[in-house]
Design a protein. Structure first.
Length: 355
């Protein structure tokens, strides 16, 4: 277990997300490992976020602090569509792909009345760097994960996804301190009843290989790392396959299907499933069943018998697998049993390919 410098300090619960995203205040998410299978502090620090931790959001495209939000304490593993955007990643030619990821749920996003730009942070650089130097003297040899570093005669934001924001910084940034204080006074927006409903829904969704909506809870008590690695493998296999046939759009976080693919002018909705077992049955959520009934151009892409092993470092290695593709997928309700649902593939194992 990692011991951080703030572990013995009461109330040190501030972090800063440094990213460019369209859904500012959305859940924190990061790969469980970085490029090449190594651990990156900016990613692993996501696991240190606890219930009621406060996240300060820095928009690296606009170069300004734009708002704050609060962690609910809920976290789960799921595949995420990811590409590192730092200079090192760009030089290495990093491209987006599905990776096993960790998601930490956030709530109660509060935007700044006026975003705090990098230019103002630079005006206060001496005070900010003095906090860093004092911490380094107090904790020699320990990583601080400080959000800013000296740059020429000024400072710049550290190239990371998540950084630790010391509480002392709020005295230097009173604009942020006011928003954080207002957030602390606001009660949690979710009721226990709603949490229980979402947890029940999520358990079904997680077991069906769709941990993306609803986004709460821990899922079933199984080897979640293996499950996510298998889902990730199947999503990448389906993306590679359909990218050769048409334009692929990821819809997994917003719709009840995984990909929208335009093939010869027809928009197909593709459901993706991955399993380490034989292609006998899959789990479906009620929304997946409803969508398969309602939309006329649905395809089912199943990768079964995926080999999942752990290397000497404990990382999950996935390989192999057998593709079974139903294109179109005509849902046979006689094969459904309402525990999820389960859908028997027996009788259609040859599948059909796109025309």
């Amino acid at each position: 277990m990692v011991t951080y410098w703030w572990s013995q300090r009461s109330g040190e619960n501030l972090f800063m997300e440094i990213t460019r995203r369209d859904d500012t205040g959305g859940d924190l998410k990061a790969p469980t490992t970085a490029r090449g299978g190594v651990n990156t502090p900016g990613y692993t620090l996501v696991s240190a976020v606890q219930a009621n931790s406060v996240i300060v959001h820095y928009d690296s495209a606009a170069e300004q602090i734009v708002g704050v939000s609060r962690a609910t304490g809920e976290r789960f593993n799921e595949p995420i569509w990811w590409a590192a955007r730092g200079s090192y990643a760009r030089k290495a030619g990093a491209k987006p792909t599905w990776l096993p990821g960790l998601v930490v749920a956030l709530e109660d996003y509060r935007p700044m009345a006026e975003p705090l730009p990098l230019a103002v942070l630079r005006q206060r650089r001496l005070a900010l760097l003095a906090i860093r130097d004092k911490l380094q003297a107090e904790y020699p040899g320990q990583p601080l994960y400080f959000p800013w570093i000296p740059y020429q005669n000024s400072l710049r934001t550290f190239q990371t996804y998540l950084a630790k924001l010391p509480n002392a910084v709020l005295d230097v940034l009173p604009e942020v301190k006011g928003v954080v204080a207002a957030l602390a006074e606001e009660p949690s927006s979710e009721t226990l009843t709603q949490q229980n409903i979402e947890e029940a829904e999520r358990q079904v969704a997680s077991a069906a290989g769709r941990p993306r909506t609803p986004r709460r809870g821990q899922g079933f008590a199984i080897d979640q790392q293996v499950k996510v690695a298998v889902e990730t493998y199947a999503m990448n296999e389906a993306f590679i396959y359909y990218s050769k046939l048409g334009k692929v759009t990821d819809t997994s976080r917003t719709q009840s299907f995984d990909y929208a693919v335009e093939i010869d002018g027809v928009l197909w909705h593709v459901e993706v499933k991955g399993t380490t077992g034989d292609p006998e049955e899959i789990l479906l959520t009620p929304s997946e069943v409803q969508h398969a009934n309602d939309y006329p151009c649905v395809a089912l892409f199943v990768v079964s018998n995926i080999a999942a092993t752990r290397d000497k470092h404990g990382e999950i290695i996935t390989s192999g697998g057998t593709r079974t593709i139903f294109h179109p997928w005509l849902l046979d309700r006689a094969r459904l049993s309402p525990i999820g649902y389960r859908y028997r593939l027996h009788g259609d194992l040859e599948g059909t390919g796109p025309p």
